[in-house]
Design a binder for this molecule. Structure first.
Ligand code: GDP
Length: 197
């Protein structure tokens, strides 16, 4: 709800992406049912984490933890606050303005969610006109091979057009999900390094 998030420190509007090691705010976007909650659960889980304290996703849409990427620690705040059903533009705008980086999910078994990802990419561009906001287009549910509606080539081509990275994942099989989180941290670091120089 609007009340719970305006009280959260995570939404303070300073540019933390310039800080070495973060915290980096990474926002999950995508149509309903594509696997955002599954991604957030994997992130919140103990695996690959140096934190002993796990986030409680039943009460939070926000999970912050320190992860190691390429031998260097990064603090990532993952935000799963996108409500695909809501018509509340305030919430959607807030979401589009909050992230330092975005994981833009669709399901490879759902062409409509792929089209929605394109729309969201265009909306994101309006909210983040600054070049080089890291975005990864994520084709989730790649374990469901027989139900595939979007080919890997289409995903790749779409990412090329939208000037973002691309990865196929399976949250169910825990395949490539951490690669996606690590990939976004690498891009955030590249952006940080190019700002410094
Ligand atoms: P959200 O609406 O984007 O948060 O989507 P959820 O994370 O709630 O996922 C919707 C449904 O898809 C749930 O039943 C999940 O268990 C299932 N799901 C999520 N990711 C995968 C995946 O990679 N493979 C398969 N087979 N099912 C998945």
């Amino acid at each position: 709800s609007r009340g719970s998030w305006s009280s959260s420190d995570s939404f303070a509007s300073f540019d933390s992406a310039g800080e070495p090691g973060g915290p980096y705010r990474v926002v999950l976007l995508g149509a309903a049912g594509v696997g955002k909650t599954a991604f957030a659960s994997i992130f919140a889980g103990a695996e690959d984490s140096m934190d002993s304290e796990d986030c409680d996703l039943s009460t939070d849409d926000v999970c912050e933890k320190e992860i190691e990427v390429d031998g260097e620690c990064a603090t990532v705040t993952l935000l799963d606050m996108w409500d695909s059903e809501t018509d509340d533009e305030w919430v959607q705008e807030r979401c589009m303005q909050t992230g330092d980086a975005y994981l833009l999910l669709y399901s490879i078994t759902d062409r409509a969610s792929f089209l929605r990802a394109s729309e969201l990419r265009i909306i994101l561009r309006q909210f983040c006109p600054a070049q080089h906001t890291p975005i990864i287009l994520v084709g989730n549910k790649c374990d469901l091979v027989r139900r595939r509606e979007v080919s890997m080539n289409e995903g790749r081509a779409c990412a090329a057009v939208f000037d973002c990275k691309f990865i196929e994942t399976s949250a169910a099989m825990q395949h490539n999900v951490w690669e996606a989180f690590h990939g976004i941290v690498r891009q955030l670091r590249l952006r940080r390094d190019s700002k410094e120089s």
